[in-house]
Design a protein around this ligand. Sequence first.
Ligand code: DX5
Ligand code: ZN
Length: 216
Amino acid sequence: MIRVSPSILAADFADLGRDIGRIKQAGAEYVHIDVMDGLFVPNLSLGFPVISAIRRDTELPLDVHLMIERPIRYVERFCEAGADILTIHVEADTPENTMQALEKIRACGVRPAICVKPRTPAEAVLPYLPLCSLILVMTVEPGFGGQKFMADMMPKVQTIRGYIDAMNPACELEVDGGVDSGTCRLCIASGANVLVAGSAVYKSADIPAKIKELRG
Ligand code: DX5
Ligand code: ZN
C-alpha cells in the first residue's frame, strides 16, 4: 500500500490547522514536518512548540524529518512533542551517536528512521537498518521545498528496497523532494511505499484528487 505524507513546509503557516485538516480529509496517511536548524541545511523552519500544537490538533501520525546537526541532543524532546516517526540524517553525526540517537527514539516508543542525502550512498543505511522503522531517501538536496526531482536517485531507492526486503521487511521506504503526479510513478516502481509531497499537494486546487494521483 502506498502512503502519502504531505509536507506542511508548503502549507500556509498562518492557517496550519486548516491545512492539516485538508490533508486528513483528503486521506493522507501521515503529516510530514520538516525541522531545519540553519546549520545542517541553509534554512530554518520550525521546532517544538509548533509540533506540540500540531499534535494537539490532529490524530494523523506525525512524520518528523530532522535536518539538524547532532540530533542526539534533541531526539527525546521531539518524541515528547508528539512525533510518531522521527527521522535523523546519517550525515548529521558520528556513527556511534547516530546509533545511540535511534536507540533513544525507540526507547521513547517512537518509530526510529534514518535519512540519506543525494550524495550519500545506499550502503550508509546498512548499520542502522535493523533498528529502523523507515528509511528516507532524499530526491532533492534537503533545505527547501519546490525543487526539481532527481530521477538519478532511483537506483539508490531500488538498492535500499533490496536491503529492506532482505533484512527488515517491515521497514517503510520513503522518498522526499520534487515528488508530483509524474515522478511518483518512478518512486513507486523503484520500491518506495511512502511519498512525501509538499508543493504538489498544497499548490493543488483539488487536494483529494492530487493525493489519489500520487498513489500512482
Ligand atoms: C526538503 C524537505 C521536503 C520538502 C519537499 O528539505 O525535506 O520535505 O518540503 O517539498 P517538495 O515536495 O515541494 O519538493
Ligand atoms: Zn522532508
